[in-house]
Design a protein around this ligand. Structure first.
Ligand code: GDP
Length: 304
């Protein structure tokens, strides 16, 4: 599947390492457990999850004996899969599920380069495909060429783009877009925001103003605030997320570029660390390379 392909770097690295440490072994010793711990931490599945996996395997090895390295390896995979499934809850909401408001306003935030613009386009594409009418607001008025880049993506997704050009007030762009969505009877407004301004407090003030102005038109807006994080940056993505959540009421995460990393395990640990759900994952550069995050499917693609 697409997901399996996208995760192949993580999956292959993980399998190879596991098979290396089980080679020629039929029992579990201290050294083995240390190596296992190292592999799991290296895949970014998180310290807590790693420790529970190691505990479970230690317990199970006390009760069972293994005739071959293959048997031992199979037991490891089973136990890891079970733990990863148990370590978090997720209720993926499909793109064709009814939305709680009309228009439903989704603010997309994150630092430059994380994959914000691409993710906005991918979301637009998915909502359109599910039969919803979408408008994109080009609220990154700071970066030169941001509008032009977004326009290319909006065209690919077949979705109208509202913008006012570089240097315009992003809050006013959002007000325009929401008004336009109301008059066109649109279902979803996707707001692409700036990832960098003169400084951090500027950026956070700008996001606050966007929200305030959106509320003038629709008091409950934004209905979602998605934080886009580059999945290849591991723990950096976690600290970046902490910065944003201090100022903005983030409701969910989008983890991008999982196809470009062997540490895709970050998806399984980050929601626990930040207490925020991973809603979508990016597994490629094309418009249809965004997937709803479903823990069971993810673990299956990784280990199954
Ligand atoms: P922004 O600055 O946050 O808006 O980031 P962009 O959307 O412009 O993306 C930055 C780069 O990351 C672009 O080259 C995208 O093609 C790439 N990118 C975004 N998402 C993914 C993904 O899921 N996989 C891969 N391989 N590349 C991605």
């Amino acid at each position: 599947s697409r997901l399996k392909e996208g995760l192949s770097k993580t999956s292959e690295t993980f399998r190879e390492k596991l098979s290396l440490i089980t080679q020629g072994k039929t029992e579990i010793d201290e050294e083995f457990l240390e190596e296992l711990e190292h592999i799991l931490v290296g895949a970014d599945v998180g310290v807590e999850t790693t420790l529970s996996i190691v505990d479970a395997i230690t317990e199970r090895a006390k009760r069972e004996s293994y005739r071959s390295a293959e048997e031992l390896n199979r037991m490891l995979m089973e136990e890891i899969q079970q733990m990863l499934l148990d370590s978090g809850e997720h209720y993926p909401i499909d793109f064709d599920a009814p939305l709680s408001a009309k228009p439903y306003v989704i603010l997309v935030v994150g630092v430059n380069g994380a994959g914000k613009t691409t993710s906005v386009a991918k979301l637009a594409y998915n909502y359109e495909k599910a039969g919803k009418k979408v408008i994109i607001a080009a609220a990154d008025t700071f970066r030169a060429a941001a509008y032009e880049q977004l326009k290319i993506w909006a065209d690919r997704a077949g979705v109208p783009l509202i913008g006012q050009g570089q240097g315009a007030d992003p809050a006013s762009v959002v007000y325009d877009a929401v008004s336009s969505a109301v008059s066109r009877n649109s279902d979803v407004v996707l707001v692409d925001t700036a990832g960098r301004l003169h400084n951090k407090s500027h950026l956070m003030e700008e996001l606050a103003k966007i929200m305030r102005v959106a509320k003038k038109k629709i008091p409950e807006a934004p209905h979602e605030v998605l934080l886009v994080l580059d999945g290849t940056t591991g723990q950096n993505a976690v600290s970046q997320a902490r910065e944003f959540t201090r100022f903005v009421n983030v409701t969910g995460l989008v983890l991008t570029k999982l196809d470009g990393t062997s540490k895709g395990g970050i998806v399984l640990s980050i929601s626990r660390e930040l207490n925020l759900p991973v809603k979508y994952i990016g597994v490629g550069e094309k418009i249809d390379d965004l997937q709803l995050f479903d823990r069971a499917r993810f673990v299956e693609a990784l280990l199954g």
